[in-house]
Ligand binder design. Structure first.
Ligand SMILES: Nc1ncnc2c1ncn2[C@@H]1O[C@H](COP(=O)(O)OP(=O)(O)OP(=O)(O)O)[C@@H](O)[C@H]1O
Ligand SMILES: [Mg+2]
Length: 208
């Protein structure tokens, strides 16, 4: 695909510049320094371009869910293990019906929402991950005590490239929403009454 077409020339670019540096046998110290600096810059920029292309490729990937029967609570406890050093409260419905889920996709959803919650709530702020059976669907909520999301931003934060973070791609929530929609579900954001944001995902219960 396009990502490969962009990535392919990157390695030759990097290697060629490194060769130019390594093959210089002259005595000009300033020129040697210039070569070192330029090589470093090209190497760094090539690296970041490679990462960027990967991010776009991941985001633009064709929807292809690998649906398997899963217990959402297990997916959550499993994924939250990544955050052993951060307290995250789990409030999980005990008799949740099994769902047809794409495991990798669902893990990405959880990781993106928890990362956002941690960014918003800071080191100490409370974060809750909750599941509930609700009107014939399963509701998954991620609730934080950060600054919350202004009414006017509640649609646009799901659009690609909307970010107020220094190193944010703004692709996290866009990816989350498209994965959830591929599952036949929906996602909304509202206020946490205790202050902060709550993201609610609703997933269909399918007989399978
Ligand atoms: N829990 C939250 N509380 C407050 N604002 C949020 C929360 N989650 C997301 N946002 C807002 O929505 C924006 C978009 O989030 P999104 O995950 O798409 O991108 P990002 O987090 O900025 O970048 P990245 O996911 O690449 O780190 C964030 O920059 C932030 O302004
Ligand atoms: Mg994010």
């Amino acid at each position: 695909g396009l990502a490969h077409e962009i990535k392919n020339p990157l390695t030759p670019i990097q290697l060629t510049v490194q060769q130019m540096r390594d093959k210089y046998a002259g005595k000009d110290e300033d020129y040697q320094k210039l070569l070192d600096n330029c090589t470093e810059i090209v190497t760094e920029e090539v690296e970041s371009l490679r990462g960027l292309v990967q991010e776009f490729a991941d985001f633009a990937r064709m929807p292809q869910l690998a649906l398997t029967t899963q217990n959402l609570n297990n997916v959550i406890t499993d994924t939250i293990k990544l955050y052993s050093e951060r307290r995250i409260e789990l409030d999980l419905e005990s008799d949740l019906p099994d769902l047809r889920l794409d495991l990798e996709g669902m893990r990405r959803v959880l990781i993106n929402l928890v990362e956002n919650a941690i960014d918003a709530a800071g080191e100490k702020g409370n974060i809750v991950v909750q599941t509930l059976r609700h009107n014939g669907r399963v509701r998954l909520s991620i609730i934080d005590e950060g600054p919350g999301v202004d009414q006017v931003d509640r649609e646009r934060i799901f659009e690609p490239y909307i970010s107020d973070k220094q190193d944010g791609t703004g692709l996290g929530l866009a990816m989350v929403r498209s994965i959830i929609q591929e599952h036949g579900g929906s996602i909304t954001v509202s206020d946490n009454p205790a202050g902060g944001a709550r993201f609610d995902i609703k997933l269909p219960i399918s007989e399978a």
